[in-house]
Design a binder for this molecule. Structure first.
Ligand SMILES: NC(=O)C1=CN([C@@H]2O[C@H](COP(=O)(O)OP(=O)(O)OC[C@H]3O[C@@H](n4cnc5c(N)ncnc54)[C@H](OP(=O)(O)O)[C@@H]3O)[C@@H](O)[C@H]2O)C=CC1
Ligand SMILES: O=C(O)[C@@H]1CCC=N1
Length: 267
């Protein structure tokens, strides 16, 4: 079995690690590169995985997953590049960082795949979009897809779409949680106990998501089915239109897309 290293075990790195373990990857075939010793101890205790210096992880692994912040990527690549060799696969999960950025900093012949994951991977409902770099074989791409497929769905996309994907599915869970928070607060304003409001909103979200997935019906049709003439939903939706919520979503996602582009330039 090939060895996989995860460099950077924060929120997303640990999500991936836990998913790979749940999916049956042998802990002996996994390792983590981390710099904080307290965090290293925590991960060793929680998963029984070896936590080693980045250089050791990069030298030993067949596949190295880079899960550090975009702003730390250049430093980490400078640290591990001297031990990388042709035939290894680098899978970057960092927002904004292009395969070209990585390829310029590692030895020629090292394959690079760019991935945009999301946090629902924690419950095996992740959405990951993968794009090959310029020296990437079908087998490399398949390995990246297999790793990400352990924690959810995977799609292949051209790299030029990655910034938009980051704005939609990468950051997307945060928008959904923001809507959920807002609806719970509204329920509290309307006099419901917080726990009741929370239950109502979460089940409404889960039920609606399941309808979207299982019926395949367009969201506009599903929304219209809820909206009785001169009814309660029509009154609510009119307020959302007056407050330009649709336009706000567009502006928000354009801002996320632009931020992803800027991260590639190191800002
Ligand atoms: N969170 C999310 O929803 C998503 C995140 N991503 C991407 O995943 C990446 C990680 O994000 P996230 O997990 O949220 O961020 P975190 O800050 O939670 O995790 C980054 C981890 O990298 C560690 N780290 C920093 N420098 C080094 C180094 N030199 N060597 C080893 N480890 C290092 C950090 O340690 P320390 O804390 O000690 O600095 C931290 O544990 C980012 O590039 C982000 O764009 C992509 C999609 C979704
Ligand atoms: O906010 C971020 O930059 C990361 C990338 C996508 C989700 N979280």
């Amino acid at each position: 079995m090939s060895q996989t290293a995860i460099i950077g075990a924060g929120v997303m790195g640990e999500t991936l690690l836990s998913g790979l373990v749940r999916a049956g990857r042998r802990v002996d075939d996994l390792m983590v590169g981390e710099k904080r010793s307290e965090r290293a101890r925590e991960l060793e205790e929680r998963y029984g995985v070896a936590v080693v210096p980045n250089v050791e992880a990069a030298a030993a692994a067949d596949t190295v997953m880079l899960v550090v912040k975009p702003q730390d990527m250049a430093d980490v690549l400078a640290e591990v590049a001297p031990v990388l060799r042709p035939g290894q696969l680098l899978v970057s999960l960092a927002a904004g960082i292009t395969t070209g950025f990585i390829e310029q900093r590692v030895p020629e012949g090292v394959a690079v795949v760019r991935v945009m994951p999301n946090t629902p991977a924690l419950v095996d409902e992740g959405m990951a979009a993968v794009s090959p770099g310029s020296h990437c074989s079908e087998a490399d791409l398949a390995e990246a897809e297999s790793l990400m497929g352990s924690v959810g769905r995977v799609v292949r996309i051209p790299e030029r779409q990655q910034d938009a994907v980051t704005a939609i599915s990468g950051s997307g869970p945060a928008y959904i949680f923001f809507v959920v928070e807002s609806m719970i607060e509204a329920g509290v304003h309307l006099g419901l106990p917080r726990a009741t409001a929370s239950d109502l909103v979460i089940q409404t979200l889960v039920g609606s998501a399941k309808m979207l997935r299982e019926t395949g019906t367009h969201p506009t049709v599903l929304r219209e089915q809820v909206t009785s003439p001169a009814g309660t939903t029509a009154s609510a939706l009119r307020e959302l239109e007056i407050h330009r919520v649709r336009a706000a979503f567009l502006a928000a996602m354009e801002a996320a897309r632009d931020r992803s582009r800027a991260l590639a330039e190191g800002s």
